[in-house]
Design a protein around this ligand. Structure first.
Ligand code: 5GP
Ligand code: 5GP
Ligand code: 5GP
Length: 247
């Protein structure tokens, strides 16, 4: 059980633009299923603290188990393609993300209202219920696995990808992956209008040393379902004008 790490405060849902991942001096390899769609791909769903630090590798006993996500595989390949070399199906990337970040995803906070409705305490003296739940958790729950399971973890990331629809949001503001240069503010504002909250943007450098849009960070509540205002933005690495590379 992940006991050495405090409960996290929110998730960064991080997507990568394949055109920027591939157009660097390091280059890239397409997954065995072929060239991914010209769309943002998931990088990860990362538990984070408001202080901007984050927990990692919270449960060394929880190994990635591909049999748990069999029903998600076609969606994983489409929405969470790996671009690192050598070319592979993607399991290495997903295993890394689960073990480093996924094992840190616990989420009791957002169950609270449902807990109060469905698991009320009736013992005296009157209290909110935490005493009862704590008792049940310590006596029984600790014998089960406490973290979000792997299926749930990958599934909520896939749902967030659908929900954000970033490529369309950007296209609506005339921002397209056409090798053109765009204002950082314009990109930020388009996403803010589209999902309700400002994202964090990360750039990398292409082979000609142009700064290009590489990753978008969107903040999500600890249940993994609602976008939220970022408690803290990742350190920005984009200049005021950046390229949106073709892919
Ligand atoms: P980089 O230094 O390339 O931005 O990040 C390297 C790795 O550190 C990322 O792949 C990710 O696993 C982790 N990482 C970097 N920044 C953050 C962050 O702000 N929050 C979390 N949770 N992980 C991060
Ligand atoms: P993080 O940055 O979350 O620590 O992890 C990224 C790790 O996953 C690196 O070890 C990287 O080699 C591997 N990886 C595999 N496929 C990809 C990919 O498509 N994008 C990124 N950013 N990393 C990938
Ligand atoms: P168990 O039977 O799960 O070992 O323990 C139930 C414990 O939770 C008892 O010590 C009881 O005092 C406490 N408790 C708190 N609220 C409730 C309630 O609404 N129903 C029951 N059965 N026990 C409760």
């Amino acid at each position: 059980l992940p006991q050495s790490q405090e409960d996290f405060d929110f998730f960064y849902f991080v997507v990568q633009w394949p055109g920027a991942y591939c157009d660097t001096n390091r280059s890239c390899c397409y997954p065995t299923s072929g060239k991914p769609a010209a769309d943002f791909g998931i990088h990860g769903l990362w538990p984070n603290y408001n202080s901007s630090s984050w927990p990692s590798n919270c449960d060394p006993d929880s190994k990635f188990d591909r049999s748990q996500i069999e029903d998600l595989l076609s969606s994983m390949k489409k929405n969470w393609p790996t671009l690192s070399c050598p070319s592979n199906e993607g399991f290495k990337f997903w295993k890394h993300e689960w073990e480093k970040h996924g094992t840190c995803a616990e989420s009791i906070e957002d169950l609270l209202s449902s807990m109060k409705n469905n698991w009320p305490t009736l013992s005296c003296p009157s209290n909110e219920g935490f005493k009862f739940w704590e008792h049940e958790w310590e006596k029984h729950g600790t014998c089960a696995e406490s973290e979000m399971d792997q299926h749930e973890y990958f599934e909520i990331a896939l749902k967030l990808k659908d929900k954000a629809n970033l490529l369309q949001i950007l296209a609506n503001s005339g921002i397209n992956p056409d090798d053109g240069f765009y204002d950082l503010k314009k990109i930020t504002n388009a996403i803010k209008d589209g999902i309700g909250f400002a994202p964090g943007l990360q750039c990398n450098k292409d082979r000609k040393h142009n700064a290009q849009l590489y990753q978008i960070y969107i903040c999500v509540d600890t249940s993994g379902t609602e976008f939220i205002e970022c408690p803290v933005l990742p350190k920005g690495r984009c200049p005021s004008k950046l390229q949106f590379a073709k892919f």
